[in-house]
Design a protein around this ligand. Structure first.
Ligand code: ADP
Length: 301
């Protein structure tokens, strides 16, 4: 197959590994810098141009779209879909997964376990918002945060009120969430491909920290997940419409709770921790499922 990898940088670990794994399995792999592709959207024959030439003959496209380029990245991916090229994840599903409020609403509607969560922009009654999610301790998150930045643990309602006021001053959308203390500063990343969890790792926060992000000094280790956790991860990816997803789960006293479903999950942590060839499994998934004009939505919806 001829496979495009939409990525800003061919040297990134995940991009390199996908290219390597694809080549090893006999495919032609072409990395396309998402932001440099341009397209004619008004033509009857949808096209994408890159470095002065039209992109042609692709069977599949692997989107590796960073949060900061979601909007343009999804437009480029949609154009591939309109050309009949098979996407590993559809543009509609990626856009959906990048909207945290919408994602949690979709997951809750389908009965997936979530931490009790409130959303707000400028709540006119902060005390009531805090009560609504059962009071302190609470985790407050800025909606656009990544890598644990803008995620604050407030032990008391007074602290929570101050933090909410501070974020309100910055005109940020915020999420107010029940603190899952029993998770013990750990979360589980389940890497879903198709209808399987093909690898899982536990991320543990450093002592004195509750955020397990590797960027915040957390460490990763192998973990055996329960059948319930496995089912939850697979269902969460399915509800989001993602074929490949990183589902982050907290272990609570009342079962697995989904924190986030990531549509461009990184390969480095999961491959190094589990020793699995995740990149090759992703390519094999494409081999099995791709075909011309098989996109369910063709960018609609
Ligand atoms: P980001 O998307 O920036 O990584 P997260 O929402 O994933 O932010 O939060 C960062 C980390 O903080 C998580 O990996 C988890 O370890 C911890 N955390 C987040 N929310 C909660 C919560 N409600 N209860 C307990 N720990 C949490």
């Amino acid at each position: 197959m001829k496979i495009a990898v939409l990525s800003r940088n061919p040297r990134l670990y995940s991009t390199r590994r996908l290219v390597e794994a694809g080549q090893l399995r006999g495919h032609e792999m072409v990395v396309i810098d998402t932001l440099r592709a341009y397209m004619n959207i008004a033509s009857h024959k949808p096209q994408i141009h890159y470095r002065g030439k039209p992109l042609e003959g692709f069977d599949a496209v692997i989107p590796r779209i960073g949060a900061s380029v979601t909007f343009y990245g999804c437009a480029v991916l949609r154009q591939f879909e309109m050309m009949g090229v098979f996407p590993l994840n559809e543009s509609v599903a990626i856009a959906r997964s990048r909207d945290k409020l919408r994602s949690l609403q979709l997951l809750s509607r389908r009965g997936i376990g979530l931490p009790v969560t409130g959303f707000a922009h400028s709540p006119d009654d902060i005390a009531d918002l805090i009560d609504m999610v059962n009071g302190a301790p609470l985790v407050i998150k800025v909606l656009e945060g990544t890598q644990g930045i803008g995620v604050v643990l407030c032990e008391t309602a007074t602290a929570a009120e101050s933090v909410i006021e501070a974020f309100m001053g910055l005109k940020q959308d915020i999420m107010v969430q029940e603190y899952i203390k029993e998770a013990g500063g750990a979360d589980i990343r389940c890497f879903v491909v198709g209808d399987k969890v093909i690898a899982a790792m536990k991320r543990q926060a450093k002592p004195g920290e509750f955020r397990s992000n590797l960027h915040r000094g957390g460490s990763a280790s192998l973990i055996k997940i329960t059948p319930e956790e496995r089912m939850t991860a697979i269902r969460a990816a399915k509800v989001m419409g993602l074929s490949v997803a990183g589902v982050d789960i907290l272990r609570s006293n009342h079962g697995p709770l989904v924190m986030e479903v990531n549509s461009s999950p990184g390969l480095e942590g999961i491959e190094t921790t589990t020793g699995k060839d995740v990149a090759s499994l992703v390519i094999q998934h494409l081999e099995k499922n791709s075909g011309p004009n098989l996109t369910r939505t063709k960018g609609k919806g």
